[in-house]
Design a protein around this ligand. Sequence first.
Ligand SMILES: [Zn+2]
Length: 250
Amino acid sequence: MATVLAIHAHPDDLDILAGGTLAFLSATGHRVVMATATAGEGGSAETSPQETARIRLAEAAASAAQIKAEHRCLGFPDLGVFNDDPSRRAVTELIREVAPDIVITGSPVDYHPDHEAISLLVRDACFAAPVANYKTGSAGALAGIPVLYFTDPIGGRDRDGTRVPREFGVDIGRHYAAKRAMVAEHRSQVAWVARQHGIADFMADMDAWTRRVGADFGVTYAEGFRQYRHPPYSREASLQHYLGATLINP
Ligand SMILES: [Zn+2]
């Protein structure tokens, strides 16, 4: 069984982009750790940053608990995730501590600066994790670079509106109920996305997105990924292997 560490920027990003896949992996016996870069304290017009962070961390923990995953938060500021030295060391320390076989993070191009920054941080922290002389805290260096994957960007497109190519899909039909249950834990986001993003129904928007990815792959509900293979990153198709019959090659 593998250890899978999924890291994205804010408490609902992983749920929307990879929740069904993480539910499948957990249900099939893998250890799944869901980490966010920030507590998402910017995501409210009604509560203070401190109160919003408390609410959203509790929601993220409840979402992870829905699929028996572990939950972590790196504690970076919302709208303050940067690809700098202390942040890369913090992400590397998390990766070393969890010691994953597989790492999943966001797309390097996306609509939100925190999404792009955490993707770059995770990519580079995976590279740094086995470098023993790169000091990050108490966790020891890994034996090798974990196998790395990117989710789709939010909406599947870059900032110019061009579709970001994905490599394979995951048929999450059997785990869609779990994905819905995860997303439903993010109660505070219903009002926020209506105000900030003009999305009247948070759950319906997630449903439409997951159906759209499914339609691209000829199934009802799917999530899309691509593997990062630039040497010396691993070219081993670990996640594809564990996905079994849920793997959809285009
Ligand atoms: Zn986000």
